[in-house]
Design a protein around this ligand. Sequence first.
Ligand code: SAJ
Length: 418
Amino acid sequence: MKVCVIGLGYIGLPTAAILANKGHNVAGMDVSQRVLDDIRTQGATPEEPGLADLVLGELESGRFTLSDKPEAADVFIICLPTPILPNKKADMSYVEKGVKSILPLLQKGNMIILESTVPPRTTSDLVAGMVKEIGLDPENDIDLAFAPERVIPGNILVELSTLDRVIGGLTPRAASRAKELYSCFVTGEIVITDSTTAEFVKLVENSYRDVNIAFANELAQLSYDFGIDVRDAILIANRHPRVNILQPGPGVGGHCIAVDPYFIIDGAPETSRMLKLARIVNTEMPELVVKTLKDMLGSLQNKTITILGLAYKADVGDCRESPALEVMRILESRGAKCKVHDPYVKNAGFELYELAEAMEGSDAVLVTTGHTDFKDIDPKIMLEKAKGNSILDTRRVLDRTKWAEAGWDFRYLGDGKK
Ligand code: SAJ
């Protein structure tokens, strides 16, 4: 089949390459020349094991081609971003532009598959509405489906194939046809449903995680009221066969979990009470981090804080919606200066430091991302470089005993015993 993938980001690119690898003729389209050039030269980011080789191999084979314009195809797959606007509504402009760009190429019998995370009813209202406007019947002339991805960054290639997948069709025929296409690379089960249920399911999965992380974060807040160490309490409670509490941290980042609940909340604000509360608890966590650090230092005014980790989670370089950014914003608004070290982040939009430089003149260290590399940092060398000896680890990545023995005043976030 001829497949045109619109948007070659972290989902579009691996999807396009896998489809090409399974023998389809894939035209990958992206409006950004920089994205296309990077794909041509490097294939993909090295953080995704195996992806760069797969992409370069498929480009070489000629089954995968790149362009800044969409091409006529049997199937169009839309993998464009749906960021959140300052008013917490979904920014649908990329998806709208993407659909618009393929309308002149659409022919009876084509299929459009939307992969972007979208508010419920986007396929049936927005996309079907745009198809109708050009005189085609979205139920009979075209097949419309919604097929969200569920992969975790860092393991995309494996999860894209192995995870179960939900596919929602505007009609049962559209769902079955999309299922047939995805069957060529998905080894997990493909469950089919209607498009609105599939859209809802995608948002519900991430909202579920947001609510559960909020529960853990609320326990971290409560640890100070009751004088307990939240991690001990969670470990013990999780020994119960039906309890599985997640880990507290400085907040919830990334472009999915911190965003998707709003797509439900926006559509039904009165009913989405728990989702709203979870968002409040999670977005409060940076304040708790700053308050805990202030308690350790007495004052934040003119203090130099070494921030270890800018990425939203361990071992990735993505800092979208990262709680570290909010922590820094609050610290700086209270008169502190932040020096950030993150070996995974390439471009933060501001100066990043090597570890030794980040420690120069440091009054305190704040660990905001649990990168595995941080475990190997030598606390003795750090103390020689630092001005102060306070450290707050919000991710429990460092060994408290080792750091305390080296002379650090060491705290974990959520240790109300201290
Ligand atoms: N976090 C905690 N405590 C935990 C687990 C996570 O504070 O116990 C924080 C992380 O540090 C991070 C944030 O939550 O800041 C989100 O990280 P994550 O690993 O939970 O998820 P993402 O955003 O990388 O990927 C999620 C996944 N969704 C679910 O697990 C339900 C992934 O499967 C989705 O494909 C992805 O969103 C997406 O694209 O929607």
